[in-house]
Write a protein that binds this ligand. Structure first.
Ligand code: AMO
Length: 417
């Protein structure tokens, strides 16, 4: 008999059907017992009248149940299965590290993560990752519609790309390679082929910070596009992409913010003033970002604020300076509820500018030769950005720690499960 999902039972009243899933809860009463089966679509109630029939079916045991569907307004979904024949599909489960049938898991973060493969089964945990999946779908949908090509670039690479962020070294057949901190160089290079590209993939940062917003491995949603006038064009694409990601999450039961058609934009110098920071600061500290987030909400009713014109020297070497406005660049960040969600910029596109900027920073050109080749061979003005997926979900649901929205987080202290 073909399997029916819990959410489809209402369409089968009066019929015999087969469901399958995990024993979410077993309630043994005197005259009748209930087996609540959880599948990917939700919960189904099975009524058992034979005494002892549920012996051995501890919570999380995998079962198949053939039964007759009858209406019962008190049951989940308004229906239940009666006259069941229950089949044990997997070994009975003995001791669980957590009680998954409770509406709230109510465990500490270390317990949640130590037993991630099991705690993720809890409906409240599943929803978070359905939200991640929806965000990825929205990202793809908007860019596919605008003529972008999805690319998959290598994650084992020959050089670091993000000065400032640390890099993992790997032994590569006896030589040294690195885990990619970003698809930055490759996505720029691919503008020379496809004009507009995006990539969804893991990136690796040997983060020495033990914070609630940093991971050693996260999912980067990268975009790069050619033939732009300036970074403002890139910011407009980003606005549409974020709106699409949020739109796709509608219907999942989360309260979602509105992305204004015009996201407020602050110049870096103005942002320092609003945040009450020292005018000589070269970057925004987390407290400054929070103050700017509050400003956006107060002055514009917006959860999103763009900051543009970050000082060139504080941004990666490929960032385009703002002509005639030293020390400022065409680099920007998008803050979401007071946290940096996205970094982006117009890039340099002339070989000579790369050589000059690397020299200014006291860096050798040699390690970058294979990346820089393309800039001698005709590259249009271009720019792009990268959204941190986990940061996006974290801010969207108001999680206090990025690890809560990561399936299997990697950080200073954790590489398993
Ligand atoms: P950046 O290094 O600012 O820029 O990263 C882009 C976005 O990625 C997220 N992020 C992180 N998320 C979790 N853990 C971390 N350790 C972490 N580090 C960064 C943030 C951040 O805004 N190549 C550029 C992007 C570009 O210019 O296109 C880059 O990687 O949300």
């Amino acid at each position: 008999m073909q399997r029916v999902l819990s959410s489809q039972l209402a369409a089968h009243v009066g019929q015999r059907v087969r469901i399958a899933g995990w024993t979410h809860r077993r309630r043994v009463l005197k005259s009748v017992s209930f087996l609540i089966v959880r599948d990917r679509a939700g919960l189904a109630q099975v009524v058992v009248s034979t005494p002892g029939a549920l012996d051995g079916f501890g919570e999380e045991t995998v079962v198949g149940v053939v039964g007759t569907v009858i209406a019962n307004p008190a049951a989940p979904g308004g229906v239940e299965l009666t006259e069941p024949v229950i089949e044990l599909l997997s070994e009975p489960v003995r001791e669980l590290p957590v009680e998954l049938f409770r509406p709230e898991l109510g465990v500490t973060l270390p317990t949640l993560l130590d037993h991630a493969a099991v705690t993720l089964r809890h409906p409240s945990r599943q929803r978070v990752f359905e939200l991640s999946a929806a965000a990825i779908r929205g990202f793809r949908r908007v860019l596919d519609a605008q003529g972008y090509t999805e690319v998959c670039t290598p994650k084992i690479v020959g050089s670091a790309t993000e000065s400032g962020a640390s890099v993992f070294k790997v032994d590569y057949f006896g030589g040294t390679a690195y885990l990619a901190q970003s698809p930055q160089f490759y996505k720029q290079t691919m503008v020379g082929v496809f004009e507009r590209v995006y990539e969804i993939g893991p990136v690796f940062r040997a983060e020495p910070h033990d914070t609630s917003r940093h991971l050693a491995e996260y999912v980067s949603l990268d975009v790069e596009l050619g033939f732009i006038q300036d970074h403002r064009e890139v910011m407009a694409v980003l606005r549409d992409v974020v709106a699409g990601m949020i739109e796709e999450a509608a219907g999942l039961g989360f309260e979602l913010p509105v992305v204004p058609v015009e996201i407020p934009v602050l110049h870096f110098a103005e942002a320092l003033k609003i945040a009450g920071a020292d005018p000589g600061e070269l970057d925004l500290a987390p407290a400054h970002e929070r103050a700017i987030g509050e400003w956006g909400l107060r002055e514009h009713g917006s959860d999103f604020v763009f900051v543009e014109g970050y000082p060139t020297l504080k941004r990666a070497f490929y960032t385009h300076p703002e002509p005639g406005q030293a020390p400022y660049s065409r680099g920007f960040d998008l803050l979401f509820r007071g946290l940096e969600l996205v970094s982006g910029a117009q890039r340099l596109h002339k070989y000579a500018d790369y050589v000059a900027t690397l020299a200014e920073r006291g860096e050798d050109v040699a390690p970058y030769e294979s990346y820089l080749e393309v800039f001698r061979l005709g590259m249009p003005p271009h720019g792009g950005f990268a959204i941190g997926l986990e940061r996006f979900v974290m801010q969207l649901i108001g999680a206090t720690n990025i690890r809560e929205v990561t399936l299997f987080p990697r950080d200073l202290h954790r590489v398993t499960p």
